[in-house]
Write a protein that binds this ligand. Structure first.
Ligand SMILES: NC(=O)c1ccc[n+]([C@@H]2O[C@H](COP(=O)([O-])OP(=O)(O)OC[C@H]3O[C@@H](n4cnc5c(N)ncnc54)[C@H](O)[C@@H]3O)[C@@H](O)[C@H]2O)c1
Length: 275
């Protein structure tokens, strides 16, 4: 029997947790900029009974995105997308954060949306970080949502003089992810498919550990100490949400961002984390 086909980008902890929860019995094409990461996760999953093909691809390149789509299509029509590739504020300069997290995600949602199977479903990962940034104007939100992908990085609000630091770039990128999901879910819907977003709080992964040990380490540790949950989250808890979003139980959910941050955003606005 032909297997359903799933693209997963980002062979990290969150990508693997979501793929393990939702990808059993499917053909999974696992893309990552680091072939070593893709191969490592593919090996772990294949040794656990999954069917994963590692694939080298850079999310910031449309050519590479089209290449992973072609690779997946060799196996059949694409039914599922999980986008968990990304770089964090301590890992990359402003330009790379915008190119990978903002532009790359927008292109991936656009291109997969052109070929997604009927009944298909996609999940992308933004971040609570986007919720903490002050509101943008309605026009700026609209620009992030609807500007053609090749013009996105030319938007005035994304120019270097308007971006304070890598955290600000990351917040803008993650806000853009949410807006893009709202915009693209319309096109996905025309094909009978759904698209949603999960905005995690601090999840213990190598990316988060880089943050704990980076220049904002104290800030992060304080954040989970003073949120209602009183702890960081786990990738498996993000998989709980993906399981809902990607199953028939989530059939009425599309264009949504699910904030799952242990209440850190609530505490930031109205509790002990208020600045
Ligand atoms: N861990 C957290 O606390 C946290 C919180 C909020 C949001 N997120 C988001 O979750 C996503 C996954 O993060 P994670 O914690 O699993 O991190 P991770 O470091 O475990 O995995 C990220 C993966 O993305 C890959 N990657 C980086 N740049 C890429 C590119 N240009 N093209 C293709 N692959 C690339 C890396 O090689 C890595 O394998 C990211 O978008 C991140 O911003 C993480």
């Amino acid at each position: 029997m032909k297997k359903e086909v799933m693209i997963v980008t980002g062979a990290g902890q969150i990508g693997m947790a979501l793929a393990r929860r939702t990808g059993f019995g499917k053909k999974i094409i696992l893309g990552d900029k680091s072939m070593k990461n893709a191969e490592n996760i593919a090996e772990i999953m294949n040794n656990a009974g999954y069917d994963v093909i590692p694939f080298e691809m850079d999310l910031s390149s449309r050519e590479d995105i089209l290449a992973i789509i072609r690779k997946a299509q060799e196996c059949g029509e694409i039914k599922y997308l999980i986008n968990a590739a990304g770089v964090s504020p301590s890992q990359a300069p402003i330009e790379a954060i915008l190119k990978v997290d903002l532009y790359g995600t927008a292109v991936l949602l656009e291109e997969v949306g052109k070929v997604i199977a009927e009944g298909g479903v996609g999940v992308t990962i933004s971040s609570q970080s986007g919720w903490r940034m002050p509101q943008l104007t309605p026009e700026e939100d609209r620009q992030l949502a609807m500007t053609p992908t090749e013009e996105l990085l030319s938007l005035p609000l994304l120019q270097p003089e308007n971006i304070r630091d890598t955290l600000h770039a990351y917040q803008l990128a993650k806000r853009c992810n949410e807006k893009r999901v709202m915009y693209e879910c319309i096109r996905w819907g025309e094909r009978g498919a759904r698209l949603n977003d999960i905005a995690p709080g601090i999840i213990v992964t190598p990316l988060a550990v880089d943050e704990f040990n980076g220049p904002r380490g104290g800030f992060y540790k304080n954040m989970f100490a003073k949120c209602p949950a009183g702890r960081p989250g786990t990738a498996d808890e993000m998989a709980n949400i993906a399981e809902l979003l990607m199953s028939d139980a989530g059939a009425f959910i599309t264009g949504s961002t699910f904030l799952a941050d242990g209440g850190a955003t609530a505490s930031y606005y109205y509790g002990p984390l208020q600045p």
